[in-house]
Design a binder for this molecule. Structure first.
Ligand SMILES: [Fe+2]
Ligand SMILES: [Fe+2]
Length: 481
């Protein structure tokens, strides 16, 4: 079961050859996927890229590395190994055997959850398709393409579930996943953040840090699912996601490091003149990507999500580590809310709700705690450069378009503002056209081995180390066409 079979047209570890109908259905979807990749995937012409490909779903040595022409990447279907004794860990069916098939009564909800997850995967490839033209190094270019091919594989992961378990409706949804496109006016992607463009590499690193990290948390809840094939699919996707998180975390590290360096060398905050990105612009990008990513977790309270939990479709982050009854019907939870201040106005506060209804907030809080880790690391870089400046996460109510705080405006500190005040001050907190144009002006490609753009530091260990799979930073990661 564990070892993917690469002799087949679609590499897989699900014994696809034993189910001819499913195999044929997926083989007929494959050309549509490839033409989507050609039309909507990376635009920079390349001969080949040093990519990892999964060869096992278990621990050490699960991937192999080699130069591959991207359209020939072996996108496949890989599920983590099955635990035959697995039991449902939460909700009304807690303790029952995990489902190997979709129960009729939850079919529509499960399909919806898989489609929403599936829609984000190709969306990010579309958002990032032009970034190759401005890569700061071959190393970064390779990391971008690695993330792209794996998001393509995650689409395969969801399409396998749709084709394998949801019949004709599943096959139709799989078509739609290629039909919707990021930013399209008539058929946009489902979630707002996935229709925003990723126009420059600072945005890319912020996206992989904040928005991909939302993906990690969504996958974490689906990994708990009673529907075992979904759980096993997400478990393996999380393994691949770890690299995407690394790209974002260290990408922002390296931008901050370079900025700090230039600030110290020139004894100024105004590093733009020296070809680096000013800290306040980095903070604005952080504010933007963090706040749109918070929106991805939905409203503070949700009866849909309560139902998903009770039905066993979607659990909590690290469900098994929670010290409660995993049913939650008698528990309550404090969620962020907009409360009456007693004088006709609104104030930001907390509201006690049934624990099941507050699950979106629970997941968002786990995510926020994780995001704080990045800010801490970036601030350590500033500290060791001897600078007093610090980055910070904006208040949870800042720049929100979804949930309780969508109706108010606040400063990053959480102070409520009138609409006029917000209009007057928002350019201090969110990237302006001038900021974006400046960042774009720095985005000149560097395709020479071992070289790097001036606005970002090389990875630690460069040039002889610091690369991928033990290779040096100066390795020939990408051969351009
Ligand atoms: Fe993904
Ligand atoms: Fe990802």
């Amino acid at each position: 079961m564990a070892a993917p079979d690469y002799s087949e047209k679609i590499p897989n570890n699900v014994r696809l050859h034993e189910d001819r109908r499913l195999q044929r259905a997926l083989e007929s979807w494959q050309p549509s996927f490839l033409s989507w990749w050609r039309e909507m995937g990376p635009t920079l012409p390349t001969q080949d890229v040093y990519l990892r490909t999964a060869i096992d779903v278990r621990g050490e040595g699960w991937a192999q590395f080699g130069h591959v022409p991207m359209p020939e990447y072996r996108w496949g279907i890989f599920l983590a190994e099955r635990d035959p004794g697995r039991e449902i860990g939460f909700g009304a069916h807690k303790g029952e055997p995990a489902w190997q098939q979709v129960p009729g009564e939850y079919r529509a909800e499960l399909r919806r959850l898989i489609v929403i997850q599936g829609d984000t995967e190709p969306a990010s490839v579309e958002q990032q398709r032009n970034l190759g033209a401005t890569a700061p190094s071959l190393y970064d270019l390779r990391n971008l393409f690695q993330v792209n091919v794996e998001e393509g594989r995650h689409l395969w992961a969801m399409v396998y579930l749709l084709h394998g378990y949801f019949g004709r409706e599943g096959r139709e949804e799989a078509e739609e996943l290629l039909h919707r496109n990021s930013g399209s006016s008539d058929a946009p992607r489902i979630l707002g953040a996935f229709n925003e463009e990723t126009p420059d590499w600072l945005s890319f690193f912020m996206f992989t840090y904040f928005t991909d990290r939302d993906g990690k948390y969504q996958l974490g809840t689906l990994k708990e699912s009673a529907f075992d094939p979904l759980s096993r699919t997400c478990e393996f996707m999380l393994k691949e996601e770890a690299h995407h998180m690394m790209v974002g975390t260290t990408g922002v590290d390296r931008v901050v490091e370079r900025t700090a360096q230039v600030m110290v060398e020139n004894d100024t905050d105004d590093v733009a003149a020296h070809g680096a990105i000013p800290l306040d612009v980095i903070q604005k990008y952080l504010n933007f990507h963090y706040s749109v990513s918070l929106d991805l977790f939905g409203g503070e309270t949700s009866t849909n999500v309560a139902n998903y939990y009770s039905a066993g479709l979607k659990g909590r982050w690290l469900e098994e580590r929670r010290a409660d009854d995993h049913v939650l019907t008698h528990d309550s939870f404090m969620v962020d809310a907009l409360l009456d201040d007693g004088t006709g106005g609104k104030t930001i506060g907390q509201l006690e709700v049934p624990a099941l209804t507050g699950l979106n907030t629970d997941l968002r809080r786990e995510y926020i705690a994780d995001c704080a880790g990045g800010v801490k690391r970036w601030n350590r870089i500033l500290e060791s450069a001897g600078l007093p400046h610090r980055l910070s996460l904006p208040h949870v109510a800042f720049n929100r378009k979804v949930g309780a705080f969508a109706v108010i405006e606040t400063s990053p500190a959480g102070e409520q503002l009138s609409a006029a005040e917000w209009e007057r001050r928002k350019d201090q907190w969110l990237p302006t056209e001038t900021d974006k144009a400046f960042v774009r002006s720095l985005m000149q490609p560097v395709y020479e081995r071992g070289k790097i753009a001036a606005w970002i530091a090389p990875p630690r260990g460069a040039p002889n180390g610091g690369g991928i799979n033990g290779q040096p930073f100066a390795y020939d990661y990408v051969h351009l066409a």
